[in-house]
Design a protein around this ligand. Structure first.
Ligand SMILES: NC(=O)c1ccc[n+]([C@@H]2O[C@H](COP(=O)([O-])OP(=O)(O)OC[C@H]3O[C@@H](n4cnc5c(N)ncnc54)[C@H](O)[C@@H]3O)[C@@H](O)[C@H]2O)c1
Length: 269
């Protein structure tokens, strides 16, 4: 596959989309932006719902690859998740197949495996082929997206890297995030690796920085050429002083998915 140049960025108005709009152009990509919401200062951004098949097909026409971030990023009633994350992702893949787009980078989530007990002490890191154990309807939709990606590779030769993102924010803000944080710069490094690695077929990777307190295995991500440069450890002393260590007896601290297993944050609209 020749290196992609024009990339459709869905969910471009969101938190991660905003970070990637800033960071990905430095890797040489020309971004085409799509979101439900208009984006300040981006008059050419496509304002469309993933449910609008015609608009989605038009949006993917002529791009070399897609970074698919759009969707509900928290827990929500099943019907809403169904429409935005399950049908929406299906519409995007169908459009990509019809328009001959060769590669998708899918923003999956650690919540696809959120009910996996987190490693403690000398426990081994969680491998990418650990059984999926979604912690929410949201996590279930990410599990669906990974299966959809596999189907579109096996049946149609459309490649995907599914990135099970931990938490991609400018700084870690909780003790859990010390383990799952992905700095924005490492996020861009990983998306670039996922866009350019050869012969990925459908590859699932965890998305985080090289954190000292990492819970999962980055070997597969590294095999794509990802070389994370950041570590959350400089934030550890302050966060632990403020919040205390994670308590394994607390259900919200016992699993990869953190508080999504017990009291997930709810999508606001
Ligand atoms: N930020 C993280 O740390 C993190 C962690 C794990 C997974 N993810 C995944 O990465 C993606 C981006 O995350 P984020 O934090 O930027 O979320 P976000 O909620 O800030 O952004 C999501 C964007 O998708 C758009 N959107 C929602 N439904 C849509 C639809 N039907 N059609 C078109 N656009 C729609 C929203 O308007 C929003 O701008 C999401 O898929 C999320 O599940 C993010």
């Amino acid at each position: 596959m020749p290196a992609p140049r024009t990339v459709l960025l869905t969910g471009a108005a969101g938190g991660l989309g905003t970070l990637m709009r800033d960071l990905l152009p430095a890797y040489g990509y020309r971004l085409r932006l799509l979101d439900l919401r208009p984006i300040d200062g981006e008059p050419e951004a496509i304002v469309a719902d993933l449910g609008d098949k015609d608009a989605v097909r038009e949006a993917v026409r002529g791009v070399d690859a897609i970074v698919h971030l759009a969707g509900i990023s928290l827990e929500a009633p099943f019907e809403k998740i169904l429409r935005a994350n399950i049908e929406g992702t299906y519409n995007l893949y169908e459009a990509a197949r019809e328009e001959g787009v060769g590669r998708v980078v899918f923003a999956s989530s650690n919540h696809a495996v959120g009910f996996t007990p987190r490693p403690q002490g000398d426990d081994p890191l969680i491998p990418v082929d650990a059984p999926r154990r979604p912690d929410t309807f949201y996590g279930l939709s990410k599990s669906f997206g990974e299966d959809l990606a596999q189907l579109y590779w096996d049946k149609h030769g459309l490649e995907t890297v599914s990135v099970r993102i931990g938490s991609c924010f400018p700084e870690p803000t909780s003790v859990r995030m010390l383990s799952v944080w992905m700095s924005p710069a490492d996020g861009a490094r990983l998306f670039h690796a996922a866009l350019t690695a050869e012969n990925v077929e459908h590859t699932v990777v965890y998305g985080s920085s090289a954190n000292t307190r990492l819970w999962w295995d980055l070997t597969t991500a590294r095999s794509l050429g990802y070389d994370p440069q950041d570590d959350s450890e400089p934030y550890a002393e302050k966060l632990i002083a403020e919040q205390g260590e994670l308590d394994p007896e607390n259900i919200a601290h016992a699993y990869l998915g953190g508080h999504f297993v017990s009291d997930p944050p709810i999508w606001p609209y």
